[in-house]
Design a protein around this ligand. Structure first.
Ligand code: GDP
Length: 441
């Protein structure tokens, strides 16, 4: 996502680098390129026009920070404007304090990712301590209720199906079922069509009038380009909604829809979905997304993922590693943490320039590398994992045979372990010095 837009914007900035002063012509040329890059990313042309005009005005009039080079000042302005375009600050789900259960209704076209988004939202809310229930009000797509039931089963959230015929009745029944089961949030999945159609809109309005949702979220497929404008405007006019869930942001869409939707509707993007798994829904942070588009990375995202994956066991094992050194079991655990945090690709994608790295690596940077390392560690004995230095030539051959890898790969793994162990030694030394200097004081 956004890869070619990122590349285009960065090459524009590269041309400005090294210039001691920027003339109006330089800025005009840069703005022309930014305009082309956004149009090519399928951003709505009116949005592009406004965006470029504002960027240019800021470049000509904004206070220039002496601490930055002229090129950096332009990047700073584009970053600010991009953040503004995406909504400036995060916008969370607003729930009513004095109503139980709260009702969140999802609307959108068929295939936009509504049903999966319903279950992902339920999973996210469950992790936050809520007790959600899913109401299967898409009574038109034959497999929708089954799909929701399967997804609900996977995450341990009840699904109400009712008679599976009358969407309004299912929605009402779902709320009653939530009351009976002491659930505090009902997520209503509604029917979509391939295109906006009157019957679908009317059904969504009917459900809305009866269940009076606290929030209506529109699910929008990020692959949609310019068309997004018509679809979201229709939904805004007929059903109205409070915010957007942008789905399929992990795909290789150009990203125009995601960049246009806020400006076109005035509604915030509240969540983004980055995959098919239950844990792939995230709160949307405009500033972080803008930084990622400009190739500056999402360091906060990494910290958050790490915090989510961290538990008491991790803290204890980190302390033990510092005390006793780094074993192969620790390396195995680290690999499993990376998996928990969404996999290697996701982590690298969040690093500054990470998207470019992934694009350059083609398909080579996937979790099969983790699996490869795991298979070699699993072929080691308990003693070998604790004391990898004991792994001599004979043992290396045996591990290679046992794991179906080559001896070179085993050698490489041991080398990596050696480097990590050295790092750990340095950290241990620093920790010890810190402790003794505290004592000395
Ligand atoms: P609905 O018709 O709106 O209910 O759409 P679904 O929830 O059935 O989703 C349509 C397809 O898109 C399914 O195959 C989903 O697995 C897939 N999908 C939904 N969200 C995402 C996402 O964020 N990333 C990817 N890669 N696929 C998604």
């Amino acid at each position: 996502m956004f890869n070619s837009l990122s590349d285009r914007l960065n090459s524009t900035f590269d041309k400005l680098r090294g210039k001691g002063r920027l003339t109006e012509d330089d800025i005009n040329a840069a703005m022309r390129e930014i305009r082309m890059a956004l149009l090519e990313a399928d951003v709505n042309y009116r949005v592009v026009k406004g965006f470029v005009a504002e960027c240019k005005e800021k470049c000509m009039t904004a206070e220039v920070l002496d601490s930055l080079t002229p090129a950096q000042n332009v990047v700073r302005i584009v970053l600010d404007q991009l953040t503004k375009l995406l909504g400036t600050t995060e916008s969370r789900l607003t729930l009513a304090q004095n109503r139980t259960p709260n009702v969140v209704m999802l609307v959108g076209l068929q295939g936009s990712g509504k049903t999966t988004a319903a279950s992902k939202l339920a999973y996210l809310l469950k992790k936050q301590g809520h007790s959600p229930l899913l109401a299967a009000c898409d009574v038109h797509r034959p497999a929708a209720a089954d799909q929701l039931e399967t997804l609900g089963g996977e995450i341990g959230v009840p699904v109400f199906r009712g008679d599976g015929k009358d969407a309004v009745a299912v929605a009402k029944g779902g709320i009653q079922d939530a009351v009976d089961r002491l659930c505090d949030i009902v997520i209503v999945d509604t029917a979509g069509r391939l295109q906006v159609d009157e019957e679908m809109m009317q059904e969504a309005v009917d459900i809305k009038n009866v269940v009076k949702p606290d929030q209506i979220l529109m699910v929008v497929d990020a692959m949609t380009g310019q068309d997004i404008v018509n679809v979201v405007t229709e939904f805004a006019n007929r059903v109205d909604f409070d915010g957007v869930i942008m789905s399929k942001l992990d795909g290789d869409a150009r990203g125009g829809g995601a960049l246009s939707v806020r400006e076109v509707t005035g509604k915030p993007i509240k969540y983004v979905s980055m995959g098919e798994k239950p844990d792939s829904l995230e709160v949307f942070h405009p500033d972080r997304m803008a930084k990622r588009i400009l190739g500056m990375g999402d360091v906060y995202g990494i910290i958050e993922q790490a915090q989510q994956a961290a538990d008491q066991q991790n803290i204890e094992s980190a302390e033990r590693m510092l005390r006793e050194g780094f074993t192969m079991d620790d390396m195995l655990e680290q690999m499993q943490q990376v998996r928990k945090m969404g996999g290697l690709k996701k982590m690298i994608g969040m690093l500054p320039g990470g998207d470019r790295m992934l694009a350059q690596a083609g398909g080579n940077m996937d979790d099969s590398q983790i699996t490869r390392i795991e298979s070699m560690i699993y072929s080691m004995t308990k003693e070998e994992r604790l004391k990898p230095k004991k792994i001599n030539g004979q043992r290396r051959k045996r591990i290679a045979r046992g794991s179906g890898r080559s001896v070179q790969e085993v050698n490489q793994l041991l080398k990596q372990w050696g480097e990590m162990n050295k790092m750990m030694g340095k950290m241990r030394q620093m920790a010890n010095e810190g402790a003794s200097s505290k004592k000395a004081r």
